[in-house]
Ligand binder design. Structure first.
Ligand code: ADP
Ligand code: ADP
Length: 224
């Protein structure tokens, strides 16, 4: 379980997130929803470890991770802009984190091929440069690269917003079934209400750095 307790996050004098309290359950698909600039990404960055809260604490399974380095948090992140290595091919992009971990070559190969299949990347696409792929394929690579590390948490920041509408719906459905299949705790950021309603087990609605509502899509929809 992930727990934010009275978390406050500042950029200099500006408070981007105010006394945040959240509990996210094991295996849950949890979405941070709200308009641009309301503090969703900032919250996500504090969980991943890119930024330190000025007050409060973040716990994972009861352990205080507030000041733990990024690489010790067992969290994989997928960005809106994919953040892939454009000059490397798909295989090398997916394999990157496993190489850093010094996994044996044969095992890397098996893991890369298995995950590529799960996210619907064909084996001939593995040899393509990332820059030769469509946006949807690039996002599949980004998701594969995150999942291949078998993290206990997956964090996605507006991962579909650079895609056109029909692809967004398709990948949304794929992402949902992938998350169910892996049962991985997922924290998802979006400003798209429909996306949040379709994907989430629960949603936290942000506004100006404050969580105004937390609930299932049904609860959120019927209260607003
Ligand atoms: P969201 O993800 O909901 O769009 P953010 O968490 O990115 O919002 O930003 C929350 C607020 O913090 C915004 O007002 C934004 O301008 C401000 N902010 C974000 N990053 C920085 C930064 N590096 N320095 C100063 N202010 C920032
Ligand atoms: P070795 O060098 O011992 O033959 P590799 O791990 O390099 O072992 O290759 C095993 C298989 O992994 C290859 O047949 C190839 O299909 C795949 N492979 C390895 N590296 C890449 C890469 N950079 N791009 C695409 N496929 C790769």
């Amino acid at each position: 379980m992930i727990e934010f307790k009275e978390v406050e996050i500042k950029y200099n004098d500006f408070t981007a997130v105010k006394s945040l309290n959240l509990q996210i359950g094991e295996g849950e698909f949890f979405t941070l929803l709200g308009p641009s600039g309301c503090g969703k990404t900032t919250t996500l960055r504090s969980l991943v470890g890119f930024i330190n809260p000025s007050r409060g604490a973040i716990y994972v399974n009861g352990k205080d991770i507030t000041h733990l380095p990024v690489e010790k948090r067992d969290i994989s992140m997928v960005f809106q802009s994919y953040a892939l290595f454009p000059t490397l091919n798909v295989y090398e992009n997916i394999a990157f984190g496993l190489k850093v971990k010094k996994m044996p070559k044969e095992q890397i190969d098996a893991e890369v091929r298995a995950i590529a299949q799960k996210v619907d990347l064909k084996s001939e696409q593995l040899l393509k440069k990332v820059s030769e792929l469509s946006g949807g394929q690039q996002q599949r690579v980004a998701i594969a690269r995150a999942l291949v590390l078998k993290p206990s948490m997956l964090v996605l920041d507006e991962p579909l917003s650079n895609l056109d509408a029909s692809l967004r719906v398709q990948l949304r459905n794929e992402l949902k079934s992938l998350q169910k299949k892996f049962g991985i705790t997922t924290i998802y950021v979006t400003h798209d209400q429909e996306e949040a309603l379709t994907l989430s087990d629960r949603i936290a609605v942000f506004n100006h750095g404050v969580v105004e509502q937390v609930g299932t899509p049904y609860e959120i929809y019927n209260q607003s």
